[in-house]
Write a protein that binds this ligand. Sequence first.
Ligand code: BEZ
Length: 398
Amino acid sequence: MKARIFRASRRDLLKGTAALSLAGAFPLPAIAQGAPLKVGFMLPYTGTFAKLGKFIDDGFRLAVEQKGGKLGGRAVEYVQVDDESEPAKATDNMNRLVGRDKVDVVVGTVHSGVAMAMAKVAKDNNSFLVVPNAGANDVTRTMCAPHIWRTSFTNWQPCFPMGKVMYDAGHRNIMTITWRYAAGLEDVEAVKESFTKLGGKIVEELYLPFPQVEFQALLTQIAQKKPDAVFAFFAGGGAVKFVKDYAAAGLKTSIPLYGPGFLTDGTLPAQGPDAESIKTTLHYADALDNPANKAFLAGFKQKTGQDGDVYAVQGFDAGQLLEIGLSAVQGDIAARDKMFAAMQAAKINSPRGPISFSKAHNVVQNIYLREAKGGLNRYVSVAHEALADPALGCRAAA
Ligand code: BEZ
């Protein structure tokens, strides 16, 4: 009996050893080992877009917390990289997240130039990327891919409807002013496309390098040229300074200022009365009257003590989209075909209104005309309903 027991345990021991070496050769997938899902945030936590990055991060975490700290039933672990809105460091930062930290999905970023470098690394490495702000058109145009998604907008989307808004307000000769980088250039192209098609004229395009905020010389040019109106793209700290400088230069009362909503979103407390009555177009408005927005704003306030804005919404929706994809595969992020199919079919009641995803994996969404009044970007009308980016150059969308 004893011998038999001995033989049996020896066999077990050998089996165990074989199993162990098999496990060494063929390690169990992370999900089978109960490992948490690794989310890599590549966002600006410093610089002119610091608040934008923090709000995206907070919005995403809020969505996860509302699912009990899990996505698709798996606990979530975060790795954060401050990308500093610095395109020159973007490739190294992205490689660090996917190569060294081996995150399951990268969520980032805010700056279009940084996002283009991230999309290139994602394409080269077949890594899963969700963009929660940067609007660089090509991320979901020429760079579109099964594993690249965006929960924000293309730069074209909020700006194309603005051409008609400005024309309908009676403006015929306008100037533009922005930072000279992908987002600024693409915003100006989009408003120019619709405004000039209607018969309007862009009398001059003014640029300064990102993230400079020395606006004085350019504001003097606007005062001298006296256009009917000005279209401006700035965001974060740069938008605060621009709106204040525009008013201080005496232009606010004589030359109406317009722009994509980034000019006044998340910035009104700092801009104060200088932002009053500025009209912008965006896929979100502060007090949008829908249950999802009310619940989101209450949850965000409770979590952070702050008022949510468009950036927080985009982070929140990145979490919501991942939850839909990962639930379809019970957290098995390696089951990509099934997960991406669920994300493609997603219809989300976002705080911004109903959204879905185009074949290029960009958001199809309403663009609202808003007016800054009493510290809120108030809804005025729907400037364009369910607007999809044309996704030029994306074969999946053709
Ligand atoms: C961009 O670089 O794409 C961007 C940055 C801030 C706000 C909106 C767009």
